[in-house]
Write a protein that binds this ligand. Sequence first.
Ligand SMILES: [Zn+2]
Length: 323
Amino acid sequence: MVQLTKRSLSRRSVLLGAAAFAAGALAEAAPSLRPANLPGAVVSPDPFLSNYATARQARQAAEGRLAALLNAEGPRPPGIEYYLDRVPADLLTTPPPGLSKPVWGPSVLNTFVSRGPQDRPMVALTIDDGAVSLDETLKVIREERAGATFFLTGKYLARRKDFLQQALETPGVEIANHTWNHSNLSSLGDDQIREELTRFETMLADTVRGASSAPFMRPPGGANSERVVQVAAGLGYRTILWTISGDAGTLTPDQLVEHYLRQIDRRTEVVDGQVSYRGAWGSIILMHFRPGTCSVLPDIIREIRARGMQPVALSRLYEDGRT
Ligand SMILES: [Zn+2]
């Protein structure tokens, strides 16, 4: 069930916009990519939307349903949960101009994560490195109105002030620390680990006034250790690994899309004859700035949305005090 907080109630108009978008997204869901391996898997038609002859009528009905829920003091209208489960709570039809980064104390920073909070239909889109395909990838994120966290490597970005600026001006996008040299942090001493992280942070702060890569750090190659986590935490970073990955090899574009979706669909369940993607909520998706990945990124974003989830930045996944 989507959590409706006071804050989201005050954003009623945004949610209504979300309902309209969701109605469209439902209509475009791609059945060929549904998990065929689940016995009895049937994607039931939305009980509200399927009763209407046109998309416009369906949208109006959806908005009415959502408005009724938001205004309801007493019991919720019957069946509304079914619909709301399919509304990406965060839909961001108008993404917020800036992301509010989580503020974590030492006990949280000292834990690494490979998956985020699972209470909302969101996945974090994280894109690493940045030697190539920077502008093309940012363009896709912008055009698709998705959110993303870019884990950038300093040595690739030192001369790309324009890119850093553009990325940070893109709604829903944030920059995180993937070290200066892309070094294997677990093989370095404490001071060298600190140097790798602070050199990146200093470059970013010097390039874009007020910018910071904290509190997200990803060790290159996922080379993690208790010491890496602790040293990073001492600098205000939490170590972020991932749930879903796989664009580092030589898969064709079609294979790449299927490879990612298979990992999402593997986490689905059939509940009362309906496919639920809740098992994939909170996943942290790892990709890289690569031409092949960039070319299929719009497809992957659309397929994530067709499964009722919204691709967002880590700060969005962890907003409102989540840990
Ligand atoms: Zn990397």
